[in-house]
Design a protein around this ligand. Structure first.
Ligand SMILES: Cc1cc2nc3c(=O)[nH]c(=O)nc-3n(C[C@H](O)[C@H](O)[C@H](O)COP(=O)(O)OP(=O)(O)OC[C@H]3O[C@@H](n4cnc5c(N)ncnc54)[C@H](O)[C@@H]3O)c2cc1C
Length: 416
C-alpha cells in the first residue's frame, strides 16, 4: 500500500504565501524528505521528491493549508522561502520578545491574534496571554510578533475611512441598542456572503463564550444579543478553526478587528473572513476583574438582564432593580491594555456599530467597505430596518477623548 502511495502522490506547496516558517512539516516528515535552512532572516524549505512517500503527514500538520498531496507526475519538487525576521544574533526566541515588550508591560490588548502560534504554545486566558512552555515549543517563526499590534506599535484612531454614516434599528431583532450587529450578520447569512459568524454569547454568569452562528434563528437568543463587558476570545477561536472554515464573519472590539487584519496580511488563508464588524469601544474588562467589582457591590450576576455604559455611567439592569455608578469607579478593573488604545470606532472594520450618536434603541453605523454597503442596501430593500438621524459630533468627541486618555497614560508610563 505504502509503495503504491509513494509512486502516485507527492507533497506540494499549493499555497506557499500561507507559510509562516514554523517548520512543523519538516519535523513531522517520517522520511526526511523535507528539510530547511536559514540564510540570514530567510528560511528555505525544500522537498526532496525522491524521499517523499506521499504519506500526507506534512499536509495534516500544516496549520494553514500550505501543502497538499498531488499526483507525482504533475510536479517535481518545491522550494519555499519565508522571511522569518530572524535577527542577526538570535539571543532569545521571538516569544521572549513579545513577552517582554508587550505582555510584561501590560501593553497587551488581549486580542489573542498571537494564539496563531503553530504549535499552540500561546495560551489566551481571560484576556491574558501566556506561553508556559516557550523554551520547548517556540519554533522561532515570528508569526506572533508579526500579528501583534502592540509589538508593532500600531495605533489607529478617529472615525477612519467611511463610505456612509447611518443611524438605524432592526425591526426583526432585539439587541444592545438597535440590534444592527445582529441584522448585519443575519443579512450576510441570507445573502450567502458568509456561512458562519463568530459571535460572543455568554453563560449564566455573563462569562463570554464565542459561538458559531450559522442560522438566523440563533440570533434570536438573548444571550447572543447584547454587549458583554469582558474581553472575549474571538481571535483564539478563529485561529482554532481557520484551517477548516468556510466563509466567515467576525464581530469584535476594535483591537480584535486590527488583529484580524494583521492575520490576513500575513496569512492569506484568513481572507476566509469576508465581513469584520467592529463595535465602538472605550474600554473593556477582564471577566474576573468585572466579577470582583460586582461582588464588592453585592450584585448577583445571574440576575443581571443587561449591562450598559452610557453618559459616563456603568448601568446594571437586574430582574429586581437597577444599579448605577460613575464609570470611573471601574477604572482599576479595566484591562490595562485598553488604557493605551486610541481606536474608538474600529477603523479597520468593514462596518463599525455603536451606541453614541443616535437616540436610545438605535445604532450608529459607519459603513467602510463595499461589502458592508451591499448588505446595508439589502436590508433597506427588504424593509428590515428603520432609519434615524446621526449626530457625528458626539462620535468625533469620543474619538478625541480616547486618544487624549491614551496619551495621558503614555506620559505616565516608563516604556521600552
Ligand atoms: C466592551 C464594549 C465597550 C463598548 N463601548 C462603547 C462605547 O463606549 N460607546 C458606544 O457607543 N458603544 C460602545 N459599545 C458598543 C455597544 O455597546 C453595542 O455593542 C453597539 O452599539 C451595537 O449594538 P447592537 O444593538 O447593534 O448590538 P447587538 O445587535 O446586540 O449585537 C451584539 C453582538 O456584539 C458582540 N459582542 C458583545 N460583546 C462583545 C465583546 N465583549 N467582545 C466582542 N464582541 C462582543 C456579540 O457578537 C453580540 O452578538 C461597546 C461594546 C463593548 C462590547
Amino acid at each position: 500500500m505504502m509503495q503504491k502511495l509513494m509512486s502516485k502522490y507527492i507533497a506540494h506547496h499549493v499555497n506557499p504565501d500561507n507559510c509562516v516558517g514554523c517548520r512543523m512539516c519538516v519535523e513531522v516528515c517520517p522520511s526526511n524528505a523535507l528539510s530547511s535552512k536559514f540564510n540570514g532572516s530567510i528560511l528555505t524549505i525544500i522537498l526532496n521528491s525522491e524521499l517523499c512517500m506521499g504519506c500526507g503527514a506534512c499536509v495534516d500538520t500544516c496549520p494553514f493549508n500550505v501543502l497538499e498531496l498531488v499526483p507525482r507526475d504533475e510536479v517535481e519538487t518545491f522550494r519555499m522561502e519565508i522571511d522569518v525576521l530572524r535577527p542577526e544574533k538570535v539571543e532569545k526566541r521571538k516569544y521572549y520578545m513579545i513577552a517582554r515588550k508587550v505582555v510584561d508591560t501590560s501593553y497587551c490588548t488581549g486580542c489573542g491574534a498571537c494564539t496563531v502560534c503553530p504549535p499552540n504554545g500561546i495560551i489566551w486566558k481571560d484576556g491574558v496571554i501566556d506561553f508556559p512552555d516557550w523554551v520547548k515549543l517556540c519554533r522561532d517563526c515570528a508569526i506572533c510578533i508579526k500579528v501583534c499590534q502592540r509589538y508593532k506599535s500600531i495605533f489607529k484612531s478617529g472615525i477612519g475611512e467611511v463610505i456612509e454614516v447611518k443611524g438605524a434599528k432592526s425591526k426583526r431583532f432585539k439587541g444592545q441598542d438597535g440590534a444592527m450587529v445582529l441584522e448585519f450578520v443575519a443579512c450576510a447569512l441570507e445573502m450567502g456572503i458568509i456561512d458562519t459568524a463568530l459571535m460572543v454569547s455568554r453563560d449564566e454568569k455573563w462569562k463570554p463564550i464565542v459561538v458559531h452562528v450559522k442560522h438566523i434563528d440563533q440570533l434570536k437568543s438573548e444571550r447572543i444579543a447584547g454587549s458583554k463587558y469582558s474581553i472575549a476570545p474571538v481571535l483564539p477561536e478563529l485561529n482554532r478553526i481557520i484551517k477548516k472554515a468556510g466563509k466567515l464573519a467576525i464581530v469584535g472590539t476594535p483591537c480584535i478587528v486590527t488583529g484580524l487584519r494583521l492575520l490576513q496580511k500575513e496569512i492569506p488563508l484568513y481572507n476566509k473572513v469576508k465581513l469584520a464588524i467592529s463595535l465602538f469601544c472605550m474600554e473593556n474588562f477582564r471577566y474576573s476583574s468585572l466579577m470582583e467589582f460586582l461582588e464588592e457591590k453585592n450584585i448577583d450576576v445571574t440576575k443581571v438582564k443587561k449591562f450598559n455604559i452610557k453618559k459616563g455611567k456603568f448601568i446594571v439592569e437586574m430582574e429586581d432593580g437597577v444599579f448605577e455608578c460613575p464609570i470611573k469607579e471601574l477604572d482599576e478593573h479595566a484591562s490595562s491594555g485598553c488604557s493605551y488604545c486610541t481606536d474608538f470606532t474600529g477603523v479597520d472594520s468593514d462596518v463599525s456599530i455603536g451606541s453614541v450618536g443616535t437616540p436610545d434603541g438605535y445604532s450608529t453605523v459607519l459603513i467602510r467597505s463595499k461589502i458592508a454597503k451591499d448588505i446595508y442596501n439589502y436590508m433597506i430593500s427588504k424593509g428590515y430596518i428603520e432609519e434615524c438621524d446621526v449626530n457625528m459630533k458626539v462620535v468625533e468627541k469620543l474619538c478625541k477623548f480616547k486618544v487624549k486618555k491614551a496619551l495621558k497614560k503614555e506620559e505616565n508610563t516608563l516604556r521600552f
